[in-house]
Design a protein around this ligand. Structure first.
Ligand code: PLP
Length: 369
């Protein structure tokens, strides 16, 4: 007899993998061939839907799915779109911005990094100065929501500067796409990157690139990696009706298809944004009552993930706090800031108001210091 699958696990208050619905998990309970036409039709539908989520100007854009986690998709973009004679400006204010600089360095891409403070937005004047002063720069990359802190970077204004100087704009929208309204056309983003296990609320397994077709078409033969060649992956998906070049994460793709349906059922990105925002507000209000302080000023704080300072008490110990919350059914996230002690709570995923209320009760009961 088949064993019943346990789907009620601990609630993940983490920025991906995240808690998914039972129905998304259930959608994985099928074996499909990666080369099969029915499966490839699903892939094609997913690609079309992703472009529709990104903009109303669907004819100008295309979506490519890439095996691996989000970082693989970022590496695929940086390694495939910047020509040998090109130069990248990475604007960083956290771990994920710095990771793009690291990728550029490993791939031997000519790049400069403008590293801003982790707890503030990058200076727009500085970005403009760099672009003015260095005519060699051809591409600019920035993270939309810096998951390191939960900060939301001013994409619209950065985009205006990038386009004033006619540069290609690459955006790591890993933890924002699907949860925060973004119009890729209005924001003049040339390459946007996200993954299956973030705000669209699927499970991990592939990254997503939404690209301006005119720019992607120029990228043939530029890749610094065979398996992560964005152009080749796109060409195969496009010409072979949804086929991936190599074995694809079929179960993850099926779960993602379901997750996209559930996003639509919820009311689309706008409705999801409202849920995230309301849950974030509830979380912060409750945590403040429990004497926790947030790290990022509210006006630049995203509704996706929130950093909190450690309590002042010398008796506080994150591992102990984490364990107490885990025993009560909640998994939170350690901090990643260089200079201060913080922890993070994310509220993307299948998380409802009652979950946040229960979490706050559990936090209250876990105060041991
Ligand atoms: C903004 C951002 N960029 C990149 C990544 C890397 O994604 P992955 O861990 O899936 O490789 C993450 C992961 O949380 C992220 O939040």
């Amino acid at each position: 007899m088949m064993k019943k699958i346990k789907t009620a696990d601990k609630l993940l208050l983490t920025p991906g993998p995240l808690s998914t619905t039972g129905t998304v998990k259930h959608a994985m309970m099928r074996d499909m061939s990666t080369w099969d036409a029915d499966y490839n039709r699903i892939v094609t539908k997913i690609r079309k839907k992703l472009v529709e989520l990104a903009t109303a100007k669907t004819g100008l854009y295309t979506a490519v799915l890439m095996q691996g986690s989000g970082t693989f998709a970022i590496e695929s973009v940086l390694g495939s779109v910047i020509p040998e004679e090109g130069k990248l400006l990475v604007v960083s204010n956290g771990v994920y911005g710095r990771r793009m600089a690291k990728i550029a360095s490993v791939l031997k891409i000519n790049f400069v990094e403008y590293e801003a403070e982790e707890t503030g937005q990058p200076s727009l004047n500085r970005i403009e100065e760099i672009l003015q002063g260095d005519q060699g720069i051809t591409h600019v990359a920035v993270v939309h929501i810096e998951t390191t802190t939960g900060m939301i970077n001013p994409l619209t204004i950065i985009s205006k500067i990038v386009k004033k100087y006619n540069k290609i704009f690459i955006v790591d929208a890993m933890s924002s796409f699907g949860g925060i309204p973004i119009d890729i056309f209005n924001m003049q983003i040339d390459f946007l990157i996200t993954s299956s296990n973030k705000c669209i609320q699927g499970v991990p397994g592939f990254g997503i690139i939404i690209a301006l077709k005119d720019e992607l078409e120029k990228c043939g033969g530029r890749a610094r990696s065979h398996s992560l060649d964005l152009y080749d992956q796109w060409e195969t998906m496009e010409n072979d009706s949804g086929k991936w070049r190599f074995t694809s994460p079929t179960h993850t793709v099926l779960a993602f298809q379901k997750a996209l349906c559930e996003l639509e059922k919820e009311g689309g990105v706008e409705a999801r944004y409202i849920r995230y925002r309301e849950n974030h507000d509830l979380l912060v209000e409750g945590m403040k009552k429990l004497k926790f302080k947030t790290v990022i000023p509210e006006n630049i704080q995203s509704p996706v993930i929130t950093s909190f300072h450690y309590p002042k008490s010398g008796k506080f110990n994150f591992e102990k706090f984490y364990k107490k919350l885990k025993d009560r059914g909640f998994v939170i996230y350690p901090g990643k800031l260089g200079k201060m002690d913080t922890f993070r709570i994310a509220n993307i995923g299948n998380i409802k108001k009652k979950d946040i209320k229960n979490l706050l009760k559990a936090v209250g009961k876990s105060v041991f210091w």
